[in-house]
Each structure stands twice: as C-alpha cells, then as structure tokens.
Design a protein around this ligand. Structure first.
Ligand SMILES: N[C@@H](CCC(=O)N[C@@H](CS)C(=O)NCC(=O)O)C(=O)O
Length: 218
C-alpha cells in the first residue's frame, strides 16, 4: 500500500517530508489537506490538525520530524540522517534551525503576505512581515553564511536531511519576496540556489510558483 503524506508543499514542513521521501526513493501519494480541505483520515493522523501527517497502512503519524524518522527507518538507504554521533546530532541541530527560521521569520512573512489574503479573505499584518524580514531574517542568514562549509553541504560534506530542513523554509520565504541577498551573503545564496535546484526540490517549487502567483483581476 502506498504511503500517504497529507498537506501541501508550500508548507516548509510538508516540503521537507516530501523532498526527503523523493530523495530516498520512497513511493508516496501527496494528499491535499489544509483546514476545510482536510479528509477525515487526516484528522485521525494529526491530532492538532497540523500538516504534514502520514498514513502507512494502519499506522498514522504527524510532525515532519517524526515522519522523516519513520521513512528513514523503513528505508535506510540512501542515508540522509548520518549515523556517526556528532554528524547525527549536528543534522538534528540544523533541522531545529529550520524550525527556528519558520518561527522567527518564515511563518510571519508567508502567513501575512500570502495565507491571510489568499485563504482567509483578510489583509495580513504586513508590518509584522516587514519587521520580521528586516530584523530577524538577516540574523538567521548571517548564521548560515558563517557556518556553511566549503563543500556546499552542512553535514559530512554530502547531501543530508540538514540541507533539506534548512533550505525548505528559505524556499517558502522566497515565494513572498523574502530572499537572501547575493552581495551580502554570497555563500548562503549560492548554497540555497544549489540545494533547491536538485530535481527533488525544483519540480515542487515550479508547481508552487504557479500557485503563489498573484491572481489576474476578474
Ligand atoms: N512541528 C511541526 C509543525 C507543523 C506546522 O506548524 N504546520 C503548519 C503549516 S507550516 C500548520 O499546519 N499550521 C496550521 C495550524 O497550526 O493549524 C512539524 O514539523 O511538522
């Protein structure tokens, strides 16, 4: 039975899960789920209604970290969560940094510039979005610029969950004009460009750009 992943990839957490599954070569079906569009089995899988959720036969689970942990256990190769102690812990640290990106900036810019006006029929708090981009975003990008290794990968000089988890929030922010400046942060800029150019990301991002494009006036 095919694994079902519930959500939409504009969410950085859903995209993380979906890119991880694609890179692992795991068959899955993405089922649209958000608010009123959520099928009943999604509610059972995600007790607090958050995306992503996953159903694999009679097993259901929510939370992107829990889901990638499960996917990694059922298909260990190719390895995307290092097994060596320090590299594994660093991978989880960068996964948490991805969560920090969403909490400090990504959620505010994406919700207020896109979700509120497009799905909730109301203006977002554009001041809060601008403030997060002006004050929080640069600190987060400074950190990434500082820690990026010359290899272009965050952990073990190879592609891992750390790269997926960090670049996914940047991809969501880029949809609403919150982007890294190549002049001030050339390493972070080049890194995000390279990781999101991988086929696993690129195909999703192309579909998402069409969804985010402003609607033509009727
Ligand atoms: N820690 C969770 C966070 C999931 C999350 O916050 N998802 C957001 C979308 S990006 C959501 O479902 N928001 C709707 C809500 O909070 O009701 C994960 O990693 O999956």
């Amino acid at each position: 039975m095919t694994i079902k992943i519930y959500g939409g990839t504009l969410s950085p957490f859903v995209r993380k899960t979906v890119v991880f599954a694609i890179e692992k070569g795991i068959d899955f079906e993405l089922v649209a789920a958000f608010g009123a569009m959520a099928p009943p089995e999604f509610r059972k899988a995600s007790p607090f209604g958050k995306i992503p959720a996953m159903v694999d036969g009679d097993f259901s689970l929510a939370d992107s970290t829990a889901i990638v942990t499960y996917l990694d256990a059922i298909k260990p190769e190719p390895n995307l969560i290092p097994t060596e102690a320090k590299a594994r812990a660093k991978t989880i640290w960068y996964e948490e940094f991805g969560d920090t990106l969403v909490a400090a900036c990504g959620g505010k810019v994406f919700f207020n510039r896109f979700v509120a006006p497009r799905f909730m029929g109301r203006e977002g708090d554009l001041k809060a979005a601008d403030e997060a981009q002006a004050n929080e975003f640069p600190k987060l990008v400074d950190y990434l610029e500082r820690v990026l290794p010359a290899s272009g990968y965050l952990v073990e000089d190879r592609f891992t969950l750390a790269d997926i988890a960090v670049c996914s929030p940047f991809a969501t922010m880029a949809h609403v004009d919150c982007t890294v400046n190549p002049t001030t942060h050339p390493k972070a800029y080049g890194y995000i460009q390279a990781i999101t150019a991988r086929p696993s990301f690129a195909k999703l991002l192309e579909q998402e750009r069409a969804m985010v494009k402003p609607k033509e006036p009727a």
